[in-house]
Design a protein around this ligand. Structure first.
Ligand code: 6PG
Length: 276
């Protein structure tokens, strides 16, 4: 059963664009409850965007946790008569592999969500990873994202968190290779739209959207499960400057975490924790 969530006192009304509300943390029992809780949030925010702007943009996360939410969404989008053709789908980051590779985030998104809901090909923004030059790939993707978004900002950003606190492919200690030739440390102020990532905790080449465009999202939803993530969640929720997941706050920011990732109440969580 999904947890009951309530905005913390003083938070901006959920969905108010631009007002960076307090992050809200929803603690759920298990991955099935995480899938439903996060899936409902994504569905509501996409429906809201379609109703107000007749278009919606969603940046999906990679890794394994999103699979369960994608399955829930695939089973529930159909029932909501959502105009899927009006939603543009992005990947917040990608591994340096082709889409056919089992490690591909795009491949996972196509298998578990985009294929099942019949997302038209022209609504899927692909990194085209795995061949050629990673930096050139990042340049192309950054330009594609900017062209597709135009003056808009992303409506929904889904992110995961690694045990080291990374999110998307913003890894502690790694270096960002920017399309303009600069090589900069991955830090909160990393400029640009997209970058190739190497070194530090990054396993081989990675591709990622940069903090600025991630933070521009109206609604950020972190999906986290597993006791090994509890410390990273605590650091991210409490704004630790050395934890990349702490750098990304949207108009609203919701951490949907399973109980084992929420740690214990004595870990100094802020006032934003709601438990099932
Ligand atoms: C990736 C992701 C990465 C992921 C975290 C958590 O490409 O792997 O974008 O940031 O979200 O590593 O991954 P899990 O959900 O598999 O724990």
């Amino acid at each position: 059963m999904a947890a009951a969530a309530a905005d913390p006192p003083g938070a901006s009304p959920a969905g108010s664009p631009g007002a960076a509300a307090f992050p809200l943390q929803v603690v759920v029992e298990d991955r099935d409850a995480l899938a439903e809780e996060a899936g409902r949030i994504v569905l509501e925010r996409v429906a809201e965007a379609l109703a107000v702007r007749r278009r919606a943009s969603v940046i999906l996360a990679g890794g394994s946790t999103p699979r369960v939410m994608h399955a829930w969404l695939a089973g529930n989008i159909r029932g909501r008569n959502l105009q899927v053709g009006r939603v543009t789908w992005y990947l917040g980051d990608e591994r340096w592999v082709p889409v056919e590779d089992p490690q591909s985030n795009e491949g996972m998104a196509r298998e578990t969500l985009l294929g099942p809901i019949g997302a038209p090909e022209d609504t899927i923004a692909s990194w085209g990873a795995g061949s050629g030059d990673p930096v050139e790939c990042a340049r192309r993707y950054g330009e594609s994202v900017r062209a597709r978004l135009g003056p808009e900002v992303p409506d929904v950003l889904v992110l995961g968190i690694g045990a080291d606190g990374h999110t998307a492919s913003l890894f502690p200690g790694s270096t960002a290779f920017l399309p303009d030739g600069r090589q900069l440390p991955v830090e909160p102020g990393l400029p640009g739209t997209a970058a190739a990532i190497r070194g530090g905790n990054a396993p081989d080449w990675r591709l990622t959207l940069c903090p600025g465009i991630l933070r521009s999202a109206r609604h950020v939803i972190f999906l986290v499960s597993g006791a090994d993530k509890a410390d990273a969640v605590r650091r991210a929720a409490n704004g630790d400057p050395l934890t990349p997941a702490a750098w990304i706050r949207g108009g609203t920011t919701t951490f949907v975490v399973t109980r084992d990732a929420a740690g214990s109440a004595d870990t100094g969580y802020g006032p934003d924790i709601r438990r099932a």
